[in-house]
Structures are given as C-alpha cells and as structure tokens.
Design a protein around this ligand. Structure first.
Ligand code: ACM
Length: 494
C-alpha cells in the first residue's frame, strides 16, 4: 500500500524502521497549530518528558511553501522555507500517523515537497444558505489539511447579503433574512469576519471575499431599492425558472427560488458606484489578503455594453483599493479590465466556445486564471451514488472525474504559466447542514487538492489507481476528525 498522503508530495522515499511516537516526545520549533493536530489525533501529551524528538526549523532559500521531512527510528526532522512549509510538513506528518496495538508510529521516510500552483482554493457559498463561524472554521481546518491555501467566501447573492457593511446598514438589516428554499438566513458581523480571517491565517489560508456584482444582486434591492433594476423576466428567463422550480423573483421581496440571471444593479446610475465603493472599501479594510472577488457571472439581466462598463469601472476601483480583482470568466467579454484582473473559469472540462473564448480573451489581455471546471470541481454536483443534489454540470460528478483532468490541457491556448491555481466551489442551493457539506466535499476535495498541489499525472504515484488507495488510507484520519465523507463506490474503504 502507498503511504496515505494527499496531495501526493513531490518526492517520497520510504526508509527503514519507523519512529514510535510516545507521550513524552519533545517538540522543538513545532508550530502550535501542528502540535495541536498531533495531540488531537493521537491523544498523546507530547510534553518533552520522555524519548523522541520532533524538530522543525526554517531555512532560507527553498521555494515558497516547501518543506523537507525526514522520519527515522530516532525522530522527525523538518526544514521548511517558510511558516506555510512548516505547517504543511505537520499536515503530512498527521497523515503519516498510523496506529498499531502498541500505540502510534510514523513510517521512516524522506519527503521533499512544494506546490505546483500558488492558489489552491475551495469556495463556500454562504449566501444561498448561511453557515455560521464555527462551520466556516471547521471547513478551513479541513481544506488546510489538504494543503489548500484559499477559502473563497461567496458572501452575497440573490437570496441574501451575509456581511455587515457599516455605511450601508440596511444590507444586513433587510437583505440577510432569507435563504434558498426559505429559511432564517443570517450574516457575519465584521468582527465575525475578522475572526474567520485570523483563524484562516493561522492555518496558512487566505480569505477571498466575493461580492457578486452586477448580477446576483436581488438582496441589494431589499435594502436599497433605488440601486436595483426590476427583475428581468424575458421569455428565456421565465422558461429557465419554470423548468427549475417556478419561483419567480418579485422586486422588494426575498427570493427563495433556484433561478439565476434575472437581477442587476442599476449600472447607468452613479449612486450604484458610490454603493460599490462603500462596500468594497470596507471589505478591503478588513481583508488582509490580496484579492477581492467581484463576481461578474450570469448577468443575463444586464445589457452587454453596460456590463462591460461596470466591470471596467469596478476592477479599477478594486485596484485603487490596493487589491487584485477576481471575476468569473464572463468578465472576458468586457474589454478594458484593470490589468492583472484574475479570471475564474467555471465552464466544463470540454469548454464550449463561449466559455473558452472568455477565458482566452482574459489571458490575451494579461490575466491569469483560477480553474474551477464545473463538471469536475463543483462540489455541489451530486455523487453518482447519491440521488440528491445538483447534476446540471454534465450529470453527477464521480471521484474519478474530479481527479482525472489536467489544468494545462483544459482550455486551448491556456498553458501552465497562465494558470494561477485551482478552486473547488461548494454552492449551497441544496446544502443546509455541516453534514451535507461533508458528504459533498469529501472525498472529492482530495482530488482537487492533488491537482492543485502535486506534479502533473505521470509522475510516480500520480495516477488514479494509486490515488484510490491513498484516499482509502485517509479514511481513519477523516473518521477521527468526524468528517462524514461519502463512501463512493470507486474506492475500497477500510
Ligand atoms: C457560477 O457557477 N455561476 C459561477
């Protein structure tokens, strides 16, 4: 059996006798967050009163986030390039822990490791259904342990506005009390958000907040009716909504349905830009990370020229705030975006002309892309063995389909250096509980994490048949963490 490591490290050389981890082992230079992981998993005090040494230290010169880990019968030695490297070495150690009748062992091994892509993300949609700070922190723990380093929070949508904006208090007072399918909703105060950002930073995770504009903005109209267009209900949108659930949006009333694309901010209206400046300005002030995501998807209710004008102005605004804008790939239809705007591709593994064209135009204008092919990386698509959930992205998404794709071959003309990274979004139209989050996210997030971190397919061990075995090897750790993963049939779970 291969060692149960996901994502697969760059180099793994198994060695001789294992290290037996005992209660008295001494931790030297081990970050507290790693010590907590090891203590939590083993139940051992690791108080330095007995035998064995786990020694972590920094050394200049390595690639960002890289580390070297050596385990032999005497102990563990880690050398890392930075704090992230130390943390990831600890995550690797936790995956290596194995239990035998006498306690805990770490197999002897030398690992050298560094990520392929710098942006490795997951997204949680807290707008369709709201998830509280505790649930978000748990999600951060889960993704960080797979060496993902971005949590994209989809904070606003037609169904609700989920972040306090002090200068625009009606957003949360009037725009946060609903959810898809109905429900109480909720929102993060700025203090909650700051707490999430800090918790994430402690696990080397950057928060990317998204304010979805200029579409997906029905909730803004509940708060500030003057800023929102009437819902666009042309024949196409009526037919789309009829086919979904028949719930039509009504201006000024909370939206609980499944339709998309009908809402728009009033684009030719200067107060809309004052509003966006207030929202993005406050958000930038509490977001230490480099990115602000401004949405830009599915603006079917916004005329194309107005859409382009809006994106041009708003990406420039984000740049003036000292942040890098990210927008969904539809932004590729808009000329004149702020240079450096990142595009997020959410088309299929076999891109249609429209999606590929948008992505290619972004790259031609100098943008890099985050890849979230919806039929591989959208975690809300149902598993083949589970009848509940979404399947619009090319039917259900198997673990194998999540795993077997190559980023640099996804979109013609978009190569390795055009790709900033990979992200797996979890949309929550049908997701209400942490248990539902677990069941959709696991095991497929492991596949996406490996694509984002590990060498391309073909490197030793980087293939589907070995991945299936390594995933099975993580089941014990996931169970210990209380993760209710879906036991997909493609894997022989222990
Ligand atoms: C999207 O799925 N509308 C980005």
């Amino acid at each position: 059996m291969p060692l149960p490591l996901i994502p697969l490290p760059h180099l793994v050389e198994p060695g001789g006798d294992p290290f037996r981890l005992l209660a008295g082992a001494r931790l030297a230079g081990v970050p507290e967050v790693v010590a907590a992981l090891l203590r939590e998993r083993t139940g051992l005090s690791l108080d330095g009163c007995g035998a064995g040494l786990l020694e972590f230290r920094l050394a200049a010169g390595g690639a960002p986030e890289s580390y070297r880990l050596e385990v032999d019968a005497t102990g563990v030695r880690v050398v890392a390039a930075d704090e992230a490297g130390l943390f990831y070495a600890g995550c690797t150690l936790e995956q290596l822990l194995a239990e035998d009748p006498e306690g805990w062992i770490l197999p002897a091994v030398v690992i050298e490791d560094a990520p392929r892509f710098g942006y490795r993300g997951a997204m949680l949609d807290v707008a369709r259904h709201f998830f509280d700070v505790t649930t978000v922190k748990r999600f951060i723990d889960q993704l960080a342990r797979l060496k993902l380093n971005v949590l994209h929070l989809h904070l606003t949508d037609d169904h609700g506005w989920r972040i306090e904006i002090a200068s625009r208090p009606h957003l949360t007072a009037r725009g946060s009390g609903s959810e898809a399918g109905g429900g109480a909703g909720g929102y993060f105060t700025q203090a909650d958000y700051v707490e999430i950002v800090g918790y994430a930073a402690g696990r080397c995770v950057t928060i990317v907040p998204e304010i979805d504009l200029p579409g997906h903005t029905h909730a803004i109209g509940l708060a500030y009716p003057d800023l929102a267009e009437q819902p666009v209900l042309d024949a196409y949108l009526r037919a789309q909504i009829e086919a979904l659930d028949g719930v039509l949006p009504v201006a000024g009333e909370p939206f609980t349905g499944l339709g998309v694309g009908f809402s728009s901010l009033r684009i030719g209206h200067e107060p809309s830009y004052d509003f966006v400046a207030d929202v993005l300005g406050e958000l930038a002030g509490i977001t230490p990370g480099p990115y602000l995501h401004i949405g830009g998807d599915e603006c079917l209710g916004t005329p194309p020229a107005a859409f382009a004008d809006f994106l041009r102005r708003v990406t420039a605004m984000v740049e003036r705030l000292g942040k890098t804008p990210i927008a969904w790939h539809e932004a590729g239809a808009a000329p004149g975006l702020a240079p450096g705007t990142v595009g997020q591709y959410w088309g299929f593994l076999s891109p249609d002309e429209l999606a590929a064209g948008c992505a290619q135009r972004l790259v031609a204008a100098g943008s890099r892309l985050v890849l979230s092919p919806s039929d591989a990386a959208y975690l809300d698509m149902r598993h083949p063995e589970d009848p509940s959930g979404q399947d619009w992205a090319n039917g259900p998404t198997s673990l194998r389909r999540s795993y077997c794709w190559e980023p640099s071959e996804l979109i013609p003309g978009v190569g390795e250096t055009d790709i900033l990274g990979i992200e797996a979004p979890l949309w929550t139209e049908f997701v209400r509980t942490p248990a539902q989050v677990d069941a959709l996210v696991f095991p497929r997030l492991a596949a996406i994490a490996e694509i984002a971190w590990s060498a391309p397919a073909g490197a030793p061990g980087r293939n589907w048949s070995e991945f299936r075995q390594r995933v099975a090897g993580l089941a014990a750790s996931w169970r210990a963490q209380g993760i209710g993963f879906t036991a997909v049939r493609e894997v022989e779970w222990p």
